[in-house]
Design a protein around this ligand. Structure first.
Ligand code: ZN
Length: 165
């Protein structure tokens, strides 16, 4: 697990927004995940939250970001962009991120944390192997988790599954 000390103050601001987007998703009946993409100067270009409640389980924000970037940014800009996310990319989103040539990923909580929480709550594993970004896309620089924000993400997932606090 990487240390949170690798995160900059600007990283924290963007991660804070991702966790707020995750909370917003939960509050409208979706799964609590939120993400955004910032350009090399740190300006937020696009943000989204999970939209799987309508029945399409591929509507992850990181996947939307990859598609948005492919349509709206040139290759050089994609390569220096940074994607921030409340929860580490799943294999589908890690692959999409790498295929469109995006840059660094910073996550508030890791896939390993989510797997541990789900096990603690006796939930069934999901249909996709919980592989970390670095296994799916070894060329991508990653940072996270953030200890304080990951505790907040855990709380959102606890609420999603109706686990007593
Ligand atoms: Zn995903």
């Amino acid at each position: 697990m990487t240390s949170g000390s690798l995160l900059t103050a600007q990283d924290h601001v963007h991660l804070r927004r991702c966790v707020d987007l995750a909370r917003e998703a939960l509050e409208v009946g979706d799964e609590p995940f939120g993400s955004l993409i910032a350009d090399a100067s740190g300006t937020v270009l696009f943000e989204d939250r999970n939209r799987v409640a309508g029945g399409d389980a591929t509507r992850h924000p990181e996947f939307e970001i990859a598609r948005w970037a492919a349509q709206n940014m040139d290759a050089a800009a994609r390569g220096t962009a940074v994607v921030y996310t409340s929860g580490e990319h799943c294999p589908m989103c890690s692959a999409a991120h790498a295929w469109v040539g995006l840059g660094r990923i910073v996550y508030a909580s890791s896939t390993a944390q989510l797997v541990a929480w789900r096990a603690e709550w006796c939930l069934e594993p999901g249909p996709v192997a919980p592989l970390p970004i670095t296994v799916i896309a070894p060329g991508i620089e990653v940072a996270g988790p953030d200890l304080e924000l990951s505790a907040e993400v855990r709380e959102l997932h606890r609420r999603l599954h109706g686990v007593p606090g």
